[in-house]
Structure formats: C-alpha cells, structure tokens
Design a protein around this ligand. Sequence first.
Ligand SMILES: Nc1ncnc2c1ncn2[C@@H]1O[C@H](COP(=O)(O)OP(=O)(O)OP(=O)(O)O)[C@@H](O)[C@H]1O
Ligand SMILES: [Mg+2]
Length: 138
Amino acid sequence: MDQITLIVKAIPENESFVRSTIAAYAVRKNPDIQIINDIKTAVSEAVTNSIVHAYNDDKEKEIHINARLSDDSLIISVIDFGIGIADIEKMTSGLFTSKPELEHSGLGFTIMRAFMDELEIASDENVGTTITMTKRLI
Ligand SMILES: Nc1ncnc2c1ncn2[C@@H]1O[C@H](COP(=O)(O)OP(=O)(O)OP(=O)(O)O)[C@@H](O)[C@H]1O
Ligand SMILES: [Mg+2]
C-alpha cells in the first residue's frame, strides 16, 4: 500500500505542518474539500494531544505520523512515546480532560470520532500512544 511517514519534533509549529502535509497527500485521491477539512481537524487534535499531554510540551520529543492510501481510504496513525493514557475508556469517551486549567475542554477525541470514519486507540502507560484513524475518500 502507498504510504508516507513523517517524524517531527513535538512543537506547535509542526501541528500545522503535519496537518497540511497529510491533507496534500490525501488530495491525490481527489476527495471533496469537506473530507480534507475533516482530516485536517482530526489530525490537529491527535498531534496536539501528543504535544500537550504525552510530552507536556517537552519540545525535544518526537511524534511519528504514518499515512497510507488504500483504494478508497486514508489511514493515519499518530504515534508518540510519552506518558500514555492510563484509562482509555474514561479518558477518551468524551469531556474528560486532565488539563482544565489550560482551557482544554476534553473535546479532542469526540471531534476525532465525529470527523473520521474509524478511530482506534492503543496506549500503554509510560510507553506511548498510537491513534489510528480512517477516513473514506470517495
Ligand atoms: N497522546 C496522549 N498521551 C497521553 N494522554 C493523552 C493523549 N491524548 C489524550 N490524552 C488524555 O486524554 C484526555 C482527553 O483528550 P481530549 O483530546 O479528548 O481532550 P483535551 O486534550 O484534554 O482537551 P481539548 O482536546 O478539548 O483541548 C486528555 O486530557 C489527556 O489526559
Ligand atoms: Mg485534545
């Protein structure tokens, strides 16, 4: 399957870089603009979570992003090697945030679920987190 991998430092500037790069990759399949916008929004949420939560804004850490194009879908994995998610059910089912003081409202996973067709979360405490999302392009 056709695929690309990006390895970026966990800095806010890379959130927009990754979002735009993945969008440019998906455009190869000529999807509707709305589909591209949905992908951009979901990728932003996942990358931001790695920066803010997994790494607590430690800018030296790395995020890996893998994107694959199948005949009709884009599959994206956002991978970090940070603190991990202790209780996946509780922390990802909506409106849970560990950082309310930083104006996080716990909407990231709800947005990823709403904007993408599939969302898978794999995480181990102090090992890291892999978020895999699939979006149909046609
Ligand atoms: N990559 C990650 N590593 C470790 N913990 C994470 C990761 N992503 C999310 N979390 C945990 O899951 C919680 C919920 O994430 P979610 O994106 O839904 O909300 P948020 O980031 O707190 O708020 P918002 O996305 O609305 O700014 C986070 O508060 C954090 O505790
Ligand atoms: Mg978030």
